[in-house]
Design a protein around this ligand. Structure first.
Ligand SMILES: [Zn+2]
Length: 399
């Protein structure tokens, strides 16, 4: 496949063009077209839970090179309310962000934030949907697959996700199978509602629905789920589950089980992958999109990501260090400020600390994925991977 030249009309929304394949791995580079512009893949998606990537503004995100961000349906449904966001012109206008947005379905938050195993009774799943208590005020709410699609239509993201029953790594085989089968039935209901809403749209922007592969840590279930979700003929496919992104070994194992079954002409999204070491691991297994709160959460805790691994800028050794957080980094923070200044801001607990550290960590991740994309196109993916990992070290373990 060759890259299309700049045509007067941009391709139909949600066309996915692959422009380069790596010869030695499954890595590929492409363009995913959305109503808010094309995304070059592979792509890292910063997470903007509450319609903001914490501590930075939309123009700072743009300056850091973010192509698409993720927002959380569960949080925005509870506050300020998706109907209100719709009345205010949708999420893009609400948060002053003109580039693509992906919203999750709320499933992961309903199961983890509102309830979770240790808070039994707050989440009740039945075939129709899920009843849960808000983590904000304890109010009782009910999500169904249809409602999750309607809420995401009100928010107006470019890419919306099917409502799934998130599998836990500890779940028994039977529980994982039940959750997976329900996820498949819910995905069909999501598709039906999404098609109705798309057909009824006049001026509103089209949205792409992605299905989510579940099945816990079990190979036969994961493969069955990949076949079922691929069979729905949706514009994209995601790999979900509690362990994805959180357990390095299991994430790689699951992707190895699935990769042959995922349609090669669709964008593939691994949910919850945010460690730079894992960027290489998922891209070489044929993944195009990934997201995580990890780089921004680490920034707010005073941990900077650099080519030499993680740097705890709050440590005493940086008190008089006049070097930028990362030499050679082109971000706003590294162009202007020193490690000693950042350490001081963190010690003084000044708000600017969180903003400057977030700008750097985002830029580091986005720049790393830019290099990955260029290396796929230039035929040097594996040498970049080996060079990066040798220098970065394996410090990048854990969440
Ligand atoms: Zn920087």
């Amino acid at each position: 496949v060759t890259e299309t030249s700049a045509a007067p009309d941009s391709p139909r929304p949600f066309t996915f063009e692959i422009v380069a394949h790596d010869r030695e791995t499954r890595a590929r580079a492409g363009h995913f077209h959305t109503p808010h512009g094309a995304i070059s893949t592979p792509v890292f998606m910063p997470v903007g839970t509450q319609a903001t990537v914490k501590a930075v503004s939309s123009d700072e995100l743009e300056a850091a090179g973010a192509q698409i961000i993720l927002a959380n349906t569960y949080h925005l449904y509870l506050r300020p309310g998706s109907a209100r966001v719709a009345r205010l012109g949708g999420l893009h206008r609400f948060m002053g962000w003109d580039r693509p947005i992906l919203t999750d379905s709320g499933g992961f938050q309903v199961f983890s934030l509102a309830g979770g195993a240790e808070r039994e009774g707050l989440v009740e799943v039945d075939e129709e949907g899920v009843t849960f208590r808000s983590h904000l005020d304890g109010g009782v709410h009910r999500f169904t697959p249809e409602l999750a699609i309607e809420v995401q239509a009100e928010l107006g993201a470019d890419v919306v996700m099917a409502f799934d029953q998130c599998s836990t790594t500890e779940a028994s085989y039977e529980a994982s199978r039940d959750g997976m089968e329900r996820t498949h039935r819910w995905a069909e209901r999501c598709r039906a509602r999404w098609r109705e809403l798309e057909a009824a749209k006049l001026e509103a922007m089209p949205q792409a629905l992605f299905g989510i592969v579940q099945g816990g840590p079990y190979e036969d279930l994961r493969r069955e789920s990949a076949r079922a979700i691929a069979g729905l003929d949706l514009p994209g496919i995601a790999i979900g589950g509690e362990s994805i992104g959180y357990s390095k070994a299991l994430t790689r194992q699951i992707l190895d089980w699935l990769v042959d079954l995922l349609p090669s002409d669709l964008p593939r999204y691994a949910m919850g992958v945010g460690d730079p070491v894992d960027f290489f691991a998922v891209v070489e297994r044929g993944i195009d999109m990934f997201d995580s709160v990890l780089p921004t959460r680490m920034a707010r805790n005073g941990t900077l990501l650099t080519a030499d691994g993680r740097l705890r800028v709050v440590n005493a050794q940086f008190a008089a260090d006049t070097r930028p957080p990362e030499s050679g980094c082109d971000c706003y923070t590294c162009q202007r400020f020193s490690r000693s200044y950042l350490r001081h801001l963190f010690k003084a607990e000044v708000l600017l600390a969180y903003r400057l550290a977030t700008i750097h960590n985002l830029r580091f991740c986005l720049r790393t994925v830019d290099r990955i994309r260029e290396s796929i196109q230039g035929g040097s993916f594996l040498s970049l991977r080996d060079e990066f990992l040798a220098r970065y070290g394996s410090a990048g373990s854990g969440r």
